[in-house]
Design a protein around this ligand. Structure first.
Ligand code: SAM
Length: 322
């Protein structure tokens, strides 16, 4: 039976991208998260059948890339997680709620931040909806929050087994830092394996598009460099062991602590990464943003909010084995 997935807080669809790429196509070949020979990896027969996000701007890109039109609504107002006009149950929830309630930049107000109300509603719906599988992603600071404890308690009281992971894409050989907290849960007796990887680190050069050097919109002005250089994370193109900083949704807006820059000595240029280059580092297909009409600033915001597809893929290979 196909696994029917609800992509909750779908954004540009990191989980839909992982499902469409399927198991065994990327770095996950090297993880122990693969299904052993006698087990069936159900990723092959899984599909995202519903997606929800409050942000209208993601809908056309999501439907164009993943073939599902997201519902544009607030998750705190959901009374159940079901497709309208369908008797088929949703088998799996993937939740990546906003992280601001748990970050120091977002003032760590947790339950007192209204941006966490949507997650609170989903936690309350778990005992009545009882999806077979649950996947969850957030910043490491989510660990130990009241919502973390409430999620664990609700899942355990409803009969789920859970397993938690802190994973950075560098562990899968991707030269980009983005450590995140993940929780997997399933209602049956299936095993939730360790995550371990033996991937060699790939060179950043594999993710850099040569034509982007000619894109003046990506070039950084001498004035900005003069002002912020000591705090800017600038990577030399020749540095084969370089690893980028985490790209946030503020990339292209905040000059520092929002991601790395690239320097080419021969061209005498320091530039931002393009949204497509960041999408590649995040594990999305090449040229992910090329045919969309979103402004560059919006592309940066959406990719900065998204998921490492390689990590999600490795985790789904752990979760969706029968
Ligand atoms: C961390 S991002 C998730 C990224 C997404 N999973 C991806 O792969 O791109 C959080 C998303 O939740 C959406 N969101 C925030 N509050 C929401 C709410 N109350 N109801 C529905 N969606 C919401 C935001 O628009 C944003 O796209």
């Amino acid at each position: 039976m196909p696994i029917r997935i609800a992509d909750l807080f779908c954004g540009i669809g990191g989980v839909a991208e992982a499902i469409s790429q399927g198991p065994g196509t990327t770095a996950k070949d090297h993880t122990t998260g693969r299904a052993p020979a006698q087990q069936v990896n159900q990723m092959d027969t899984s599909a995202v059948v519903m997606a929800i996000d409050i942000d209208q701007s993601v809908t056309s890109l999501y439907s164009q890339q993943h073939g599902v039109m997201p519902q544009c609504s607030t998750i705190e107002s959901l009374e159940y997680v079901q497709l309208p006009d369908s008797a088929d149950k949703i088998d799996m929830w993937w939740m990546s709620p906003p992280c601001q309630p748990y970050t120091s930049r977002g003032l760590q107000r947790g339950c007192n931040d209204s941006r966490s109300n949507a997650l609170a509603n989903l936690i309350n719906l778990i005992p009545s909806e009882r999806p077979r599988f649950v996947g969850f992603e957030n910043v490491p600071a989510f660990r130990g929050s009241r919502h973390h404890r409430k999620l664990q308690q609700t899942l355990h009281e409803t009969g789920y087994q859970t397993r938690e992971y802190l994973i950075c894409p560098t562990e899968l050989g991707v030269p980009m830092r983005r450590k995140r907290f993940y929780l997997l849960a399933r209602r049956d007796k299936g095993k939730l394996d360790d995550f371990a990887s033996t991937c060699p680190m790939r060179s950043l050069a594999n993710f850099v598009d040569t034509p982007s050097w000619d894109n003046a919109a990506l070039h950084v002005t001498a004035e900005l460099i003069g002002r912020y250089r000591p705090a800017m994370n600038i990577i030399d193109l020749q540095d084969t062991s370089a690893v980028t900083a985490c790209f946030t949704s503020a990339y292209g807006k905040s000059p520092v602590r929002s991601g790395s820059y690239l320097h080419c000595q021969r061209r005498g240029i320091i530039r931002r990464f393009s949204a497509n280059e960041i999408a590649s580092l995040m594990g999305f297909r090449k040229h992910f943003f090329s045919s969309c009409d979103l402004e560059l600033r919006s592309q940066y915001r959406l990719i900065g909010n998204s998921l490492s597809v390689d990590v999600v893929s490795a985790l789904l290979s752990i979760l969706l084995v029968d």
